[in-house]
Ligand binder design. Sequence first.
Ligand code: ZN
Length: 150
Amino acid sequence: MEYQDFKKLYCEDPIIFHLGMELFNGMGRDALLASTDQVLCAAVTKKLIALMAEDRIANAVNAAKDFASLSAVERLAYAGRCGIKLEDDPVDEPGICPLCGETLEYEDAYSGKLLRNWRCKGCGAKGKEAYRKVFDSHYSVLDSSGHMVR
Ligand SMILES: [Zn+2]
């Protein structure tokens, strides 16, 4: 299996990915490779039957309702903290013309602004580049008596 196949399975069919990984982890490499397909299919069938139990289905419905109670920002932040990527990377790249792929020229030097005006050296297109703020940390925190806490 190549990395691309691994990633494709993880992204496009995560239930099968996790079932396969659980089967692999449960049996170990040697036992898995020594087993017949019939034995392996029976093991997966057992896992799927357990997954389809009524309380598991209700758990899935409750999880979906819990996800619905989160804002989009919370959902993405929680997923990110678990190492799960729910959003695709931006299609555009900074500094590259979205029309022709040429390098962009900016009207002004980058100064932390969230919008920058650009002009393409290649095709003459004009546009704006948008950035998102990313939280870093709190600093210069003073307690109620004015002492530096951090
Ligand atoms: Zn261009």
